[in-house]
Design a binder for this molecule. Structure first.
Ligand code: PMP
Length: 386
């Protein structure tokens, strides 16, 4: 099996698993950080150190960080929690149809409670321009949401420029950065975004943990979604999972330390796969941007093949069709359709995504498998014309 689905999730790095194991078993590490005894205080100290280290990685301060169960929760907290707080200005949110479901669905929830959603136009590469954002914002817009890296196509948004538009219009900008940490530099405070969501399992950390950057200066407020013991300044109750938090931060530190080198490695792998597929097959479309593109994702559509047949034929290749998070639904990717791809072309698409453990040999083997499958299916198709 060749695993080229690192945008869906990544293996936990050994150093991360070891750091986590220690937190689960050692006295002073496994204790409840809320307990008022020496081991509890030690566990709390580990969490606060982790918070500071995580904040430093994203250009923030420790006071800006709320630990969550992942980017889904962070996105929900930012949008539902932010909307609850800022509805005085008006009940409008600006966002694109290419956002992750964990942004779209909370916004649809808000729409069912009387909020209006203003859809941001994307260009043919799936990018949101400052003009599109300016056009969508009204006097009643209180929140806008734009992802840093799209999980299906890998396109990268110019967040500092979009944040400036939001700043001038006094709109709070939330950024889903789940696919970006460890791939691109992140400067939360300097970019002047209000909220930013992160996930550990996209960068060699465990599933089930993430963070929300919630700016403290000037303060951005959200109403909590979970009530109870009052942890995380009352914003997110629940006993802090020290091992998960340590896993998130250790993985993020390792990824950040290797970021530039990894960017080049992933870029070479992406180029290698793309070159081979384009050389071996006519009529392949690249879904993504020429310039603003994260190198860990390559999304391609293949003319003249049935998507389901292609996926069935590639059983020993772990790649994604559309987004893994939406794979329960049999519909073709809404992101690719938003870019103007037809239903059948969106369906006949594959997302290849690479990580630190991906090798050139794996990429070469994957290219051969895909070329053979697409050729075979096209030969069987009465509709295929070169
Ligand atoms: N946003 C984006 C862009 C993602 O790629 C993902 C993961 N598919 C999420 C949010 C959800 O992250 P998590 O799995 O940590 O809830």
């Amino acid at each position: 099996m060749i695993y080229l689905d690192h945008a869906a999730t990544t293996p936990v790095r050994r150093e991360v698993a070891e750091a986590m194991a220690m937190c689960m078993t050692e006295t002073g590490h496994f204790a409840n950080p809320g307990s008022d005894h020496a081991p509890g205080r030690q566990a709390a100290h580990i969490v606060e150190q982790a918070r500071e280290r995580f904040a430093a990685l994203i250009g923030a301060k420790a006071e800006d960080i709320v630990f969550t169960s992942g980017a889904t929760e962070s996105n929900n907290m930012a949008l539902l929690g932010g909307a609850a707080f800022y509805s005085n200005k008006g009940k409008r949110i600006a966002l694109a149809k290419t956002e992750h479901k964990s942004v779209l669905d909370p916004c649809r929830q808000l729409a069912s409670r009387g909020w209006s959603l203003d859809w941001l136009e994307t260009d043919e590469q799936g990018l949101i321009t400052t003009q599109a954002l300016t056009a969508a914002i009204t006097d009643e817009t209180c929140l806008a949401s734009c992802m840093l890296v799209n999980n299906e196509t890998g396109v990268v948004h110019n967040i500092p420029a979009l944040a400036r538009v939001c700043g001038e219009a006094q709109v709070l900008l939330h950024v889903d950065a789940a696919q970006a940490l460890g791939k691109l530099p992140i400067e939360a405070r300097r970019w002047d975004v209000a909220m930013m969501s992160f996930s550990a399992h996209k960068l060699g950390g465990p599933k089930g943990v993430g963070a929300l950057y919630l700016r403290r200066k000037p303060p951005v407020k959200v109403q909590p979604l979970v009530f109870g013991g009052g942890q995380e300044r009352g914003l997110r109750s629940g006993t802090l999972p020290v091992h998960q938090i340590v896993g998130l931060v250790r993985a993020a530190e390792l990824a950040e330390a290797e970021r530039e080198q990894m960017f080049r490695h992933l870029g070479r792998l992406r180029r290698r796969l793309l070159d081979q597929l384009v050389a071996g097959l006519p009529q392949v479309e690249v879904n993504g941007a020429q310039t603003a593109q994260s190198p860990h994702i390559l999304n391609l559509s293949f003319h003249g093949v049935d998507g389901e047949a292609l996926r069935a034929d590639l059983i020993d290749l772990a790649v994604s069709s559309g987004s893994a998070c939406t794979s329960d639904h049999a519909e073709s990717s809404y992101v690719l359709r938003a870019l103007g791809r037809s239903d059948s072309l969106a369906d006949a698409s594959l997302r290849f995504s690479f990580g630190p453990t991906t090798t050139a040999e794996q990429v070469d083997q994957a290219a051969q498998r895909v070329i053979a499958s697409v050729r075979r299916l096209r030969a069987l198709s009465p509709l295929w014309r070169e």
